[in-house]
Design a protein around this ligand. Structure first.
Ligand code: SF4
Length: 332
């Protein structure tokens, strides 16, 4: 099956007084129709920059420096403004972080959904539009009467559902969900994720789910990519990533999941991600990596196959066939 979304060597830079900050650094990913890919990372790892770049919504001081984003064989980066307007929402849609920013505070929900539909389709009568609004709201678990409300009359979870209704109003092939539950409490988070799962099933759309919570993302995704300092350091089927992570950073993320029995002493993830304007030479994770050796400080590791459909960018491979046991911390 041909990929519905194929990102190749994407680079997004933020221009700063000290040179470009490489927020997305040579990232390549590919998604099949109907696939669920999770992208996780700490704040500053480049995951939200990635989400906006997939939609070509990068704003100054950010800029897409190079790379292609092929959506069903068409390069989003090469589209005219008109093609781009037609493509967004119809073929690829974003569920943004914090739905409030995507909802118009002075418009009732039904008008916002209808506006989105009529911007892309013509000839629909008002009755058909009203019926479509009701169907979209039902799909996201909202009552039909919610259509008459303004955004400030909705709870956080309802706003996020409303944003999902708008994002799916034209049945896109790809949905990019950027931390869709970050502002919600745990119970509502789970409900909203279940709704996203149902929507995805119904539409058969591919989903890129961006998040910082490995547990939440892993429950949803088929495959997970781990981002660190603008790069995908490991990607693979979700089960392998949890049971047999190969990159030391993935291991540390998995060990910090609640409910995971850590056999070695948990050493946490000391330190902070590096400044993106001044990446360390070699592997960006080397200042925090318990396995770092000389080569890591000089040579950038390239992604390589480390298991079935699993790739990691780490100099431990191919010498090792699995990640060696974690060294214990100084106090253990
Ligand atoms: Fe650690 Fe070296 Fe692998 Fe980077 S390349 S993750 S520093 S072992």
């Amino acid at each position: 099956v041909d990929p519905v979304l194929e990102v190749t060597n994407l680079n997004v830079h933020y221009d700063t007084g000290h040179g470009p900050a490489k927020a997305v650094n040579d990232v390549s990913i590919s998604l099949k129709p109907g696939e669920r890919l999770g992208l996780i990372g700490e704040s500053g790892s480049g995951k939200t920059t990635m989400a906006t770049a997939l939609m070509r919504l990068t704003r100054p001081p950010g800029r897409i420096a190079s790379g292609s984003v092929m959506l069903d064989g068409k390069d989003i980066m090469a589209m005219s403004a008109r093609e781009l307007r037609e493509t967004r929402l119809r073929d690829i849609a974003l569920i943004p972080q914090g739905a409030m920013s995507s909802l118009n505070p002075v418009m009732r929900l039904e008008e916002q959904i209808i506006d989105a539909i009529v911007a892309h389709t013509s000839g629909m009568k008002r009755a058909a539009l009203n019926a479509r609004v009701e169907e979209l709201l039902t799909n996201v678990g909202l009552a039909a009467e919610v259509a008459r409300r303004f955004p400030h009359e909705l709870s956080g979870g309802m706003k996020q559902r409303a944003a999902m209704a708008i994002a799916t109003s034209l049945s896109p092939k790809v949905i990019v969900a950027d931390e869709p539950t970050s502002a919600l409490d745990v119970v509502v988070q789970r409900q909203v994720m279940q709704t996203l799962g149902r929507l995805q099933d119904g539409l058969g759309a591919a989903v890129v789910l961006i998040g910082h919570d490995m547990g939440l993302v892993a429950q949803f995704a088929d495959r997970v990519g781990v981002m660190y300092a603008g790069k995908i350091v490991e990607i693979g089927p979700v089960r392998q990533m949890i049971e047999a992570p190969r990159h030391p950073y993935t291991r540390l993320l998995v060990d910090s999941l609640p409910g995971i029995k850590v056999k070695q002493a948990l050493i946490g993830i000391p330190g902070l991600p590096p400044p993106l304007v001044n990446l360390p030479p070699g592997c960006s994770f080397s200042p925090r990596c318990p396995f770092a050796f000389e080569r890591c400080k000089n040579e950038v590791p390239q992604p390589q196959e480390v298991g079935d459909r699993q790739q990691a960018a780490c100099h431990l491979y191919p010498e090792h066939s699995a990640l060696p046991p974690m060294p214990v911390g100084p106090n253990d």
